[in-house]
Design a protein around this ligand. Structure first.
Ligand SMILES: *Cc1c(COP(=O)(O)O)cnc(C)c1O
Length: 466
């Protein structure tokens, strides 16, 4: 399988290189040159498979000969054995023909574990083969950092440095990162805000000379192709559990960077009958505004009760724009260069095509809380604020009550106790057993000044073979 850039200029790469590359050299994102397609008969034959067996069938065409089949199977078995539910991604019924797909049974209680638990293993496998080492550097306002750290804790050929703004992430979020033990794990609390952290990461990627040429930086952010790939699997899994592929399904997806829902779009293109995909956003609603009025325009960032969806632009949306433009990289390049300067639109017929593929809704904090409360009062089931947005949007946008509506449950409610409290419920979400002692565990992190040279010097001194 070969991968090409959405901006049409960077060289095509194989799976291994795509894994190690963040942005393409032309500023685009890598996508498969062509997608595998599965017949209904083939999908039907997957009924009853375990999650990791299904994952192998869905992902193997993307990995191709980069990893021998037996090694890839073993990797997937190990990855999903680390989840706390036997079914890995169980379904919970909310109402007639309405479901939540619980994607928060991994080590850090959010759906990002599905991809990052696998990505760590993939990276280590490829680096071992090539006898290489990488330093993963990332900035987090809370959520992705812990999933990335958990994903890399066992990697021999990876050191990971995660920057978070000192005293500006919640205690649960900080502890999820700083209590993970491992010589290759380095948490840095920067005396600044999230933007400062992000700027340092960006500058460091731009000029890696501080590493002295002995290792190189790698990114595990949401534009990494392997993350999207891993997320395609659970659309198949949920559908098969509810009578697919002989029934069509609808999915509602709490959306920030457009990675998770883009995976659903790919599942559909690969042959899974999906009749509706709902983009559910919070007040950071650039995608909802685009879907409603064909205007793609950045607004100022709003801080909401669903912080993992607080974005100004959705980086993976570029992958959809590439398809909407008939895979014309030059057109995408021009569009996004213009979008950086001000509002843009796409040709009407292209936009209409997007509207056929997706519905959308934006949900504010109050409605999020109302939804959490309503579902708890009716079902005694506690939603986290991100999932609540998905459920609300699913109900608003639903086209056909005969089609099962599945909302992706992206996080465990115990990760976001503030939103639960704000919804007026007196119930306190409990951390699951494997995390119950989180507040007693030893923390390890280093506080550094808001100064990129100091942070870079720290990294240069502390990676494994420095
Ligand atoms: C990352 C995240 C999202 C958004 O997913 P995207 O792939 O960025 O659209 C939604 N909910 C939670 C809990 C997340 O951590």
């Amino acid at each position: 399988m070969r991968y090409i850039s959405t901006r049409g200029e960077a060289p095509a790469l194989g799976f291994e290189d795509v894994l190690l590359t963040g942005l393409a050299s032309d500023g685009g994102l890598y996508v498969p040159e062509s997608l595998p397609h599965f017949s209904l008969e083939e999908i039907r034959s997957w009924r009853g498979l375990s999650y990791s067996e299904l994952a192998f069938n869905v992902m193997h065409p993307f990995v191709d000969d980069a990893i021998p089949a037996d090694d890839f199977r073993k990797m997937l078995d190990e990855t999903y054995a680390g989840f706390t539910h036997q079914a890995v991604a169980p379904l919970v019924q909310l109402d007639t023909n309405e479901w939540v797909l619980e994607l928060f049974r991994g080590p850090t209680l959010a759906f990002k574990d599905f991809a990052l638990q696998l990505l760590g293993r993939l990276l280590d496998y490829v680096l071992e083969k090539r006898n290489q080492h990488v330093v993963i550097m990332g900035a987090t306002s809370g959520d992705t950092g812990s999933a990335a750290i958990e994903g890399c804790r066992r990697c021999e050929h990876v050191d990971i440095f995660i920057l978070h703004p000192h005293q500006r992430v919640s205690e649960v979020q900080r502890r999820q990162m700083t209590t993970v033990q491992g010589d290759n794990i380095h948490n840095i609390a920067v005396k600044g805000n999230f933007d400062d952290c992000q700027r340092m990461v960006k500058e460091s990627f731009g000029d890696q000379s501080f590493l002295g040429g002995k290792t190189q930086l790698a990114a595990v952010n949401s534009i990494n192709w392997a993350r999207i790939m891993a997320q395609i699997v659970y659309y198949f899994q949920a559908s098969l559990a509810l009578g697919g592929p002989d029934r069509s399904m609808a999915f509602s997806v709490p959306t920030g960077n457009f990675g998770d829902i883009f995976a659903g779009y790919l599942a559909k293109k690969m042959g899974l009958p999906i009749s509706q995909l709902v983009i559910a956003t919070n007040r950071n609603d650039i995608l909802h505004r685009f879907m409603s009025g064909n205007k793609y325009e950045q607004h100022k960032l709003e801080h909401t009760l669903s912080p993992s969806m607080d974005i100004m632009v959705s980086s993976n949306f570029e992958r959809l724009l590439f398809d909407l433009h008939g895979r014309d990289g030059a057109a995408v390049k021009e569009l996004l260069e213009n979008a950086a300067k001000g509002p843009v639109s796409i040709e009407d017929y292209r936009w209409r095509h997007a509207r056929k593929l997706f519905d959308s809704d934006a949900v504010d904090d109050k409605t999020t809380c109302d939804t959490i409360r309503e579902i708890y009062e009716r079902n005694e089931y506690l939603l986290d604020p991100h999932t609540a947005i998905g459920v609300r949007a699913a109900r608003t946008c639903r086209r056909d009550p005969a089609v099962p509506m599945i909302t992706l449950g992206t996080a465990h409610p115990a990760k976001f106790p503030d939103a639960i409290a704000e919804s007026g419920l007196s119930v306190k979400p409990e951390l699951p057993a494997h995390m119950a002692d989180l507040f007693e565990r030893e923390e390890r992190y280093t506080v550094l000044d808001n100064d990129v040279a100091g942070v870079q010097a720290f990294i240069a001194q502390h990676w494994k073979n420095a």
